[in-house]
Design a binder for this molecule. Structure first.
Ligand SMILES: Nc1ncnc2c1ncn2[C@@H]1O[C@H](COP(=O)(O)OP(=O)(O)O)[C@@H](O)[C@H]1O
Ligand SMILES: [Mg+2]
Length: 336
């Protein structure tokens, strides 16, 4: 975690992003006015249940939305001040893998099963950093070593299926970091892995971040991962930001009823072993059937008539924002 996050310049700025899909059910807005900033050396977590728009936010930043249905309809995405939304799509090839590294949930989506690890890894270097295949191969070995893969020179000759899930994700991390990107977008990078391997991969990401000073956008549905890894957190609900702020602040003073619900549903050391944890009843609404007004209203224990209007994102403290009409009146802290 960075000591003084505001002291470093923004690497990635997302401002009022709006992303839609044209479907049989009409035009659906999957991301609706999302904003956040990531600084060098900082990790920003995007958290929320499945279907809240986290992956669509990531795909929008990388300009990898399914075409032609998925389109960015509004807002700005700036990488070191340069707007990515208006960039010709050909220029995004240099950005992806070069300036923005990507890590997805399932390592096999990033790896080609019919090519060796060495071929895939050296291709990244050949695309962005060197023309010399021997040099690229050597850089590949160094990178595998950096991500903690034993006998890296031998592993270069192996195929993805010969590695364990954890080792594969290390290879994906090596590929994502190969060109020393300024930002890495990791979408549920450990969700598919065993718990012990998860911890190792997260630790590896933290260590590499310290060494390389990269900015990380970490997408997860797991608040435990957020607590461990993030400086700032953006809580998304049905395509919108419900709450955002410094991670300590959000954990100590969760303000939005959705954030409170998420926090109440994670086990703590003090939770008795057989205790039933509270869950948020109901489901994230489908985009084709959003309530007018606050999108969380049908699951919210605090709803009243004001919630028929869409709540604005208001500042509740320095850097801490919340989109709830009732935030001033709710019982303090996590007393849901
Ligand atoms: N290709 C698509 N066409 C139509 N709707 C989509 C498409 N991809 C995602 N969506 C919708 O966008 C919303 C957000 O999805 P997603 O970003 O994948 O959620 P998350 O990553 O938070 O689980 C969901 O309601 C999902 O159904
Ligand atoms: Mg997702």
């Amino acid at each position: 975690m960075s000591e003084s996050p505001t002291a470093t310049p923004p690497v990635l700025e997302v401002e009022n992003l709006v992303t839609t899909f044209d479907t049989d059910a009409g035009r659906l807005t999957a991301v609706d006015g999302v904003s956040f900033t990531v600084r060098a050396g900082q990790t920003v977590g995007i958290v929320g249940e499945s279907g809240c728009g986290k992956s669509v936010t990531a795909l929008s930043i990388m300009r990898l939305l399914p075409q032609p249905m998925g389109q960015i309809r509004g807002g700005e995405i700036r990488l070191k001040g340069k707007d990515l939304v208006s960039l010709p799509i050909e220029d995004m090839h240099d950005i992806r893998g070069g300036k923005i590294g990507m890590i997805f949930q399932e390592p096999m989506t990033a790896l080609n099963p019919v090519h060796t690890i060495g071929r895939q890894l050296s291709e990244v270097f050949l695309l962005h950093l060197t023309k010399d295949p021997k040099d690229a191969w050597q850089r590949g070995i160094t990178m595998l070593e950096k991500v903690g893969i034993p006998a890296p020179a031998d592993r270069m000759h192996e195929y993805p299926h010969q590695l364990s899930g954890g080792m594969r994700q290390r290879v994906v991390i090596a590929m994502a970091l190969a060109c020393e990107p300024s930002v890495v977008i990791a979408d549920e990078p450990t969700t598919a892995l065993d718990v012990t391997i998860q911890a190792q991969i997260l630790e590896l990401m933290q260590q590499l971040q310290r060494d390389l000073g990269i900015a990380i956008v970490l997408i997860t549905h797991d608040l435990g991962v957020v607590a461990e890894m993030c400086d700032e957190v953006v809580v998304m609900y049905a395509g919108r930001v419900a709450e955002s702020g410094p991670v300590e602040r959000i954990f100590e003073h969760p303000t939005h009823p959705y954030t409170r619900g998420l926090l109440a549903s994670i086990p703590r050391l003090t939770t008795p072993r057989k205790a039933k944890l509270p869950v948020i009843e109901g489901m994230v609404p489908s985009l084709a059937d959003l309530p007018s007004g606050c999108r969380f209203q049908n699951r919210c224990p605090h709803r009243d008539e004001r919630c028929d209007q869409l709540p604005p994102l208001e500042e509740v403290a320095a850097d801490h924002h919340c989109a709830c009409h009732r935030w001033r009146e709710l019982p303090p802290n996590n007393a849901n």
